[in-house]
Design a protein around this ligand. Sequence first.
Ligand SMILES: Cc1ncc(C[n+]2csc(CCOP(=O)(O)OP(=O)(O)O)c2C)c(N)n1
Ligand SMILES: [Mg+2]
Length: 275
Amino acid sequence: MDTQELKHLQNKAKEIRQLTIQEIGNLGLGHIGGSLSIVDILTLLYYKMMENIDPLDPRKEGRDKLVLSKGHAGPALYSVLADKGYFPKEWLMTLNQGGTNLPSHCDMNRTPGVDFTTGSLGQGSSAAAGIALAEKFKNSGATTYLIIGDGESQEGQIWEMGMFAAQYKLDNLITFMDYNKLQIDGTTSEVIDLEDIVQKWNGFGWFVQRVDGHDIEVLEEAVLKAKAQSEKPSIIICDTIKAKGFSPAQGLQSSHHMAFSKEVAQKALDDLLAE
Ligand SMILES: Cc1ncc(C[n+]2csc(CCOP(=O)(O)OP(=O)(O)O)c2C)c(N)n1
Ligand SMILES: [Mg+2]
């Protein structure tokens, strides 16, 4: 990736953070932390990596897909989809309100561009593996991307999916684990420690990489290496910071689902733009 393209994607990620703070800030509360930790991953996917996607034809046959298994981070995905033109940006101001097409958690029957309904942690992972298997049967050549949380990784279903995907050699499945080290009730290490996470996925027969989840250039290299794999599913363990770019609560457990005033949102936006 040349410097110009990198700069463009970094600016895009900043815009997406801005939109997400405005979107949740307008409602006054929401999952700001887990939304902002995955913005760089989403930006790389939607503005560089995903093939055959078309905002005017959201269900296009043979497209690459994303399953956001940590469905509570929907607001970040909505910002990307709105920016790409899947629906009007004004919809962002209706987040999680009566009659909205943008519920707090992802709903494929409500929101153009959302590839799977998620929110019950663990379940999106199995759906993604099923989609990847179906793409193999169809010989579509499409890639299925999956984003899981670190707290979510304490769900047994994640590991059931891990065995399944290795058994069926789903090399068209690329998973990102958003390793922000925080879940609702505390740090992952104090609730149920995940380490040694690289060894664990290795043991499940996956191709494993561990990278800085906010470094778009490094993320791209990891995705390219994952795409070059044959026979093995891939996981990219992404070290991230919860609420990255939201100065009032960056890196704090309180960012999981928090209420904040319009003034606090404005201060966060000012700080973000000054970065
Ligand atoms: C099956 C299930 N149990 C509990 C919840 C409630 N819940 C929503 S988010 C969350 C914490 C998830 O932590 P993590 O995966 O680390 O996501 P992050 O908050 O860091 O984005 C929990 C327990 C849920 N959505 N689904
Ligand atoms: Mg987490």
